[in-house]
Design a protein around this ligand. Structure first.
Ligand SMILES: NC(=O)c1ccc[n+]([C@@H]2O[C@H](COP(=O)([O-])OP(=O)(O)OC[C@H]3O[C@@H](n4cnc5c(N)ncnc54)[C@H](O)[C@@H]3O)[C@@H](O)[C@H]2O)c1
Length: 366
């Protein structure tokens, strides 16, 4: 029998990443959708075709005919939805940031782990072909002893309201929890845990008008975030993210540059060109190197590697990994533990800026 999946939160990311991922994977089916917005629920039932719909996530959590849940709701709802679904025996993939802080994320992890359920944090960029190939070369030691990590994520967004995303009690933080947290996650995947850091998260723009010109409460979260982090293994990393980078719109994909520098060479992943990496070994200049065919999709994925927009389609592989973990009875990667560990780092950035000091990262998941 296929894995029966429910989507909770029928907004943008479910439509963009998760439903296309379910559609191409014959081992699963979308059986239910949940959203408090009844008009959207109607629309999604027509577009996506699940058999059940509900406005209450508790109905999903308690439904014996649902095996797994993809939770893609505003950040403040991640904890109650995920814990309720774990208590109802469902495997859960949840969007990032996992919670509003490390304690929430660690609770979500323990709720799934203690019941032997599969859990996954939707850290999309781990699935980019160039990231996967860079990781392979780096972990194999081709670039020598790890020294530096560097990440830039620049977006040129309108300066109007971000809706729920621009309020601390609903989102936790702004650019830091929305964008930089992905880069913290893949940095820790490449380099190991960050042990201490110095960070900042600053708000530049009030965004007190909606896109159609109506007044709204001004934002109280950052639209620029940065950190310098020391990894436990001795390497050092530098991250900068901003939604205010004029000139970096690039059809909505913005600019992304993540670079590792080892004693023997350097390699770069760019979201704008996810089927190539930049590579340099032995003092030679960087050159563009195509990602080999076997890294264009995750092993076994039914996705056709040369179909669709490259910066978009790798996101469908998240569902493949989640369903594989369920079918094979193994941990999904990245799990809630990875989500919580990235959150611990992001929390430390906020604390560091508030206290204007370096902060040690807490990583005890309990
Ligand atoms: N992994 C990625 O690359 C990526 C990309 C975009 C968004 N996200 C994350 O996905 C989540 C959703 O973002 P989005 O852009 O789709 O937002 P969105 O506002 O477009 O959609 C969220 C949906 O959740 C619904 N919702 C609110 N409360 C709910 C509840 N209690 N139960 C069920 N549904 C509820 C809303 O009505 C809305 O339809 C956020 O956590 C965001 O950070 C991740």
């Amino acid at each position: 029998m296929p894995v029966r999946i429910a989507i909770i939160g029928a907004g943008a990311v479910s439509d963009y990443h998760h439903v296309p991922g379910i559609r191409i994977d014959k081992r699963c089916e979308l059986v239910a959708v949940c959203d408090p917005n009844e008009a959207l629920l109607e629309q999604r039932q027509k577009e996506w075709g699940p058999t059940k719909k509900t406005t209450r996530y508790e109905d999903i959590a308690n439904d014996p005919d649902i095996d797994a849940v993809i939770s893609a709701t505003p950040n403040f709802t991640h904890l109650p939805i995920s814990v309720a679904c774990s208590e109802g025996g469902k495997h859960v993939m949840c969007e990032k940031p996992l919670g509003l802080n490390f304690e929430e994320s660690a609770r979500m992890y323990r709720a799934a782990r203690d019941r032997g359920l599969r859990h996954m944090t939707a850290f999309t960029y781990r699935f980019a072909p160039s990231m996967r190939y860079l990781r392979h070369l780096w972990k194999r030691g081709d670039l020598g002893v790890p020294r530096h990590f560097r990440s830039q994520r620049f977006l040129d967004w309108p300066e109007t309201s971000w809706g729920w995303r621009q309020y601390k009690h609903l989102a936790g933080a702004g650019d830091l929890f929305d964008m930089t947290i992905h880069r913290i996650d893949f940095a820790q995947d490449l380099m190991g845990p960050i042990k201490t850091l110095c960070g900042a998260a600053v708000n530049f723009v009030p965004r007190d008008k909606t896109p159609d010109g109506k007044p709204c409460e001004p934002s109280n979260v950052d639209d620029w975030s940065a950190l310098i982090g020391l990894f436990e293994g001795g390497a050092v990393g530098v991250w900068e993210g901003s939604t205010l980078m004029k000139g970096y719109h690039n059809n909505g994909f913005g600019h992304e540059w993540a670079e590792v520098n080892g004693s023997e060479g350097s390699a770069v992943y760019r979201l704008q060109d996810p089927n190539n990496i930049l590579l340099s070994r032995g003092g030679k200049p960087m050159e563009s190197v195509p990602v080999p065919e076997e890294f264009l999709v995750i092993p076994g994925s039914p996705r056709k590697p040369h179909e669709g927009v490259p910066s978009t389609v790798f996101r469908y592989d998240l569902v493949y990994e989640f369903v594989s973990a369920i079918v094979e009875g193994r941990d999904a990667i990245p799990g809630f533990d990875h989500g919580a560990r990235a959150q611990a780092v992001a929390d430390a950035v906020l604390e560091s800026y508030e206290k204007r000091t370096w902060v040690d990262v807490k990583q005890d998941l309990g």
